[in-house]
Design a protein around this ligand. Sequence first.
Ligand SMILES: Nc1ncnc2c1ncn2[C@@H]1O[C@H](COP(=O)(O)OP(=O)(O)OP(=O)(O)O)[C@@H](O)[C@H]1O
Length: 362
Amino acid sequence: MTVTDLPSAGAPAGTGKPVLEIRDLHVAYGYGPEPVRALRGVNLTLHEGEVLGIAGESGCGKSTLVYAATRLLPPPGLITGGEVLFHGGTGATGDEPVDILRMSDKELRRSRWQDTAIVFQGAMNSLNPVYRVGKQLTDAIAAHRPGMSRYDRNERAGELLSMVGIAKDRISAYPHQLSGGMRQRVMIAMALALEPKVLIMDEPTTALDVVMQRQIVEQIIELRDRLGFSVVFITHDVSLLIEVADRIAIMYAGEIVEQASASDVYRRPRHPYTHGLLNSFPPLHGPKRPLVGIPGSPPDLQALPSGCPFRPRCAHVMDACADVHPGLGPTSLGLPGVGEPGRSVACLLHEGQGELPAELRV
Ligand SMILES: Nc1ncnc2c1ncn2[C@@H]1O[C@H](COP(=O)(O)OP(=O)(O)OP(=O)(O)O)[C@@H](O)[C@H]1O
């Protein structure tokens, strides 16, 4: 797929039924008077069958967001507020969603892998070196499907391996007999073993070479098309995200600062940070252009500046940015009341303050 195949300009992305709704999520690391405020009021919705990409510089809270939303946050991380609503999951009754943050340990154990499965960056290193990959797959299936016969579990394990492009006969291989890419595929197969509704991938291919990265990502998208699960995809590779995601959320300093369809983010960024982020990567197509980084670095999350957290680095900073903390709201095209469907941005330039620069309203 190329960027030219992406949804057409302005098409509202993510219009299916919600499957996971993160509401006003707050996370802090540390219990003292000045904790690291890693997430500050994040709101994000994942829709059925959608690939939602999360992008942002290192340390902006991407991993914290998915760990918190799945209750895998290690100490000293603490969820200090919010809800994570899962629709149609194992513990659901009727149409009511279930709040993952309020599930009992038993409910959580049942929900993990069946509702939501995660593949981490170094997942391939979590295979046990002394067991054959087939056994590790069948053990994972047996833990959740105790009634399934040994024969059916083996069949399912073989089927899962071929689903991720590994020949069935490798079921008897030990992890060291597989390449890094194949081991990561085994972990993806394991994540898909119980047909989860949501697959979360936190930089799943970062440790692999670029050819393997692309093959694996394309395979995940193909499986999504076939099986219909939803994906949350975190990567540093914004270009890759633009190609594979339906919708992208841009994070900065523990907040979502812009959300839109992948093609809108790429073609028409509305937040100065998104604009800067895109200019830090080579263009996907067209003539080469010089890469311009964003000056400065993200703020210290223990001592955030007043107002907009991006203001010390922003090329369009105004006096009001020091006083007002912008919330995520409709984009503007420089004219009052003119917004765009399916997108939102957190910047005072879109709230009628100052003149919206041309590069943010093309
Ligand atoms: N155990 C911890 N103790 C204190 N602060 C932490 C801890 N873990 C993460 N943080 C802080 O929380 C913030 C968010 O970190 P997080 O790892 O979620 O960011 P990220 O966007 O996923 O980064 P990366 O892309 O490098 O993985 C960072 O400022 C980080 O320093």
